[in-house]
Design a protein around this ligand. Structure first.
Ligand code: NDP
Length: 450
């Protein structure tokens, strides 16, 4: 039966046209060699079975723009693994989305969802469609069309999609409306819904808040906290905004934020009225972060990432929270972070650090919170939304927040304990991969060959 290194080699050969997927498989599987001591995982060929999705659905999405042009694009849903619960993972609407990107995200989601301790399998979906510059009516027509095919593949006990880049509360509303109409069912088939029709309180805040709960736990284990720390956040979307808010509440000063146009540096910290301005700018007006720089008269670095600016300007930072996109921190950026005095990197985005960057963090003893553990708060509260929907109740914000904090602390504990038990104490990337894997692998063994 195929051992871990053989599976990595096969995936590299077979899916060389899907580099993000290959990167994700290599990242996870290279941690799993010590689990080969569980003989049953090899007997049941778990490693090789794990890297093949249960199902890949690719479908046509036809929609009409405001000028009555008929457009066509591809929609995707990858149902990767449902060993421990219904497939669960977001939908990404962004230009350039292709199967390899969705597969990488769905694969990562298996382990992240497992770490939450909730009954959720791994899936992800999306479309090569950018909501940017589209009118509400165009987005609505697109979402209706997308769901007119997706509805037959999902359900509250089958597959429960949510938002991701380009899919926020508005898009979820349109997608849910289409599902409800076609199926004539009001069920928990999507998460990230607005509160009025079944959403969970704290879901919008959950990934950013959870990131900070995880980071605080990681620091506290080393006798440190966030109070007085200088923090660099990248992005200014959903994850970044609520990471900035919670970091500030915990006593840190967040001096960087960014978007696809560039980076701002606000030495005083993005807090209070300034944070509100940024939230309104990005959530309601979909504007550029440059407006923040103009309003508050702070430096704006056009077309530069936060990590480029730290590298070029040598600005001191204690904690880095990448919350924008994949592979945003490369090896050179990581070297610059070491020089800038960073003590911890905790990932809000999915796979924001390249393998070279991660190696540099580890070689330099930086505390590293890997995405699948550190950003699991969003999907954790999505899991809580599913529970509330199935019980036909809605918890108050304090209750959801308390549960979120407890889940994040538990993820840290499980990851740390697995890192110790399997021989690399304190390596949370290694520990999170192992802890996430074990639950899924054991379930697969219980099922036999099915
Ligand atoms: P949003 O679309 O709300 O925000 C993304 C932010 O990052 C925006 O400010 C965007 O700029 C910026 N950005 C995107 N791509 C680039 C790029 N190539 N260079 C510079 N800036 C960029 O997404 P989310 O905040 O929801 O997601 C961010 C990351 O977190 C993704 O990796 C996502 O998969 C991950 N994640 C999200 C979760 C969630 O609950 N939302 C849960 C777990 C992970 P602009 O404003 O100009 O578009």
């Amino acid at each position: 039966m195929a051992k871990v290194h053989e599976v990595i080699a096969k995936v590299k050969e077979r899916y060389s046209n899907e580099p993000e997927f290959v990167q994700a498989v290599e990242e996870v599987l290279s941690s799993l060699e010590p689990t080969e001591k569980h003989k049953e995982f090899l007997d049941y060929n778990v490693y090789e079975r794990l890297v093949e999705p249960d199902r890949v659905i690719i479908f046509k999405v036809v929609w009409e723009d405001d000028s009555h042009n008929i457009k066509v694009t591809q929609g995707y849903r990858v149902q990767f693994n449902n060993a421990i619960g219904p497939y669960k993972g977001g939908l990404r609407f962004r230009e350039g989305v292709y199967l390899g990107e969705i597969k990488f995200l769905a694969f990562e989601q298996i382990f992240k969802n497992s770490l939450t301790g909730l009954p959720m399998g791994g899936g992800k979906g999306g479309a090569n469609f950018s909501t940017r510059g589209k009118s509400d009516r165009e987005i609505m027509r697109f979402c209706y069309s997308f769901m007119s095919e997706l509805f037959r593949h999902i359900g509250p006990y089958t597959d429960v999609p949510a938002g991701d880049i380009g899919v926020g509360a508005k898009e979820i509303g349109y997608l849910y409306a289409a599902y409800k109409k076609i199926r004539n069912e009001h069920t928990g088939v999507l998460t990230g819904k607005s509160f009025e029709y079944g959403g969970s309180l704290i879901r919008p805040e959950a990934t950013g808040y959870g990131l900070l709960y995880f980071t605080a736990e990681m620091l506290s284990h080393k006798g440190m906290d966030l109070n007085g720390k200088i923090v660099a956040v990248s992005g200014s979307g959903n994850v970044a905004l609520y990471a900035i808010k919670k970091a500030t509440e915990m006593g840190a000063r967040v001096v960087f934020a960014s978007d696809t146009k560039g980076t701002i540096y606000d030495e005083e910290g993005i807090s209070g009225e300034k944070w509100e301005f940024l939230r309104d700018l990005k959530e309601n007006r979909r504007g550029s972060i440059k407006d923040y720089a103009e309003k508050y008269n702070v430096p704006f670095f056009e077309n530069k990432s936060v990590w480029d600016v730290i590298k070029e300007q040598g600005i001191k930072v204690d904690i880095a929270l990448p919350c924008a996109t994949q592979n945003e921190i490369n090896g050179e950026h990581a070297e610059a972070l070491i020089k800038a005095g960073v003590i911890a990197v905790s990932e809000g985005a999915n796979m924001p650090s390249t393998p070279e960057a991660i190696k540099i963090y580890k070689d330099n003893g930086i505390l590293f919170g890997p995405a699948k553990a550190a950003n699991a708060g969003g999907v954790a509260v999505s899991g809580l939304e599913m529970s509330q929907n199935s019980m036909f109740i809605q918890w108050d914000a304090e209750e959801v927040d308390r549960k979120l904090m407890s889940i994040m602390k538990n993820i840290y504990k499980k990851s740390y304990e697995a890192s110790e038990a399997y021989g690399k104490p304190g390596d949370l990337e290694f520990g999170a991969n192992i802890a996430g894997f074990l639950r899924v692998a054991k379930a697969m063994v219980y099922y036999g060959l099915y």
